[in-house]
Design a protein. Sequence first.
Length: 88
Amino acid sequence: MAGGWSRDGAVQDQIDASVKDAVKLARSRLPDGEGSALCEECGAAIPAPRRKAIPGVRLCVSCQSALEKQQTAHTGFNRRGSKDSQLK
């Protein structure tokens, strides 16, 4: 049941779009191709179990952790459903 100007199912469409965007973002961050034996950032050796577990890995654990901290977190705010986005 939708309210206001939205049609029935509009809320679920917004939820589906948010999930689809999050999955697309996660897939884009997955490494691909052949992995590296040495970290591209610091040059440290990447352990064989890590290379086996994550195909295409190019960073050691500490450099990967630092990279993930730098990346902005997805807030989960769906701009498609925001009235502000429709008014601008």
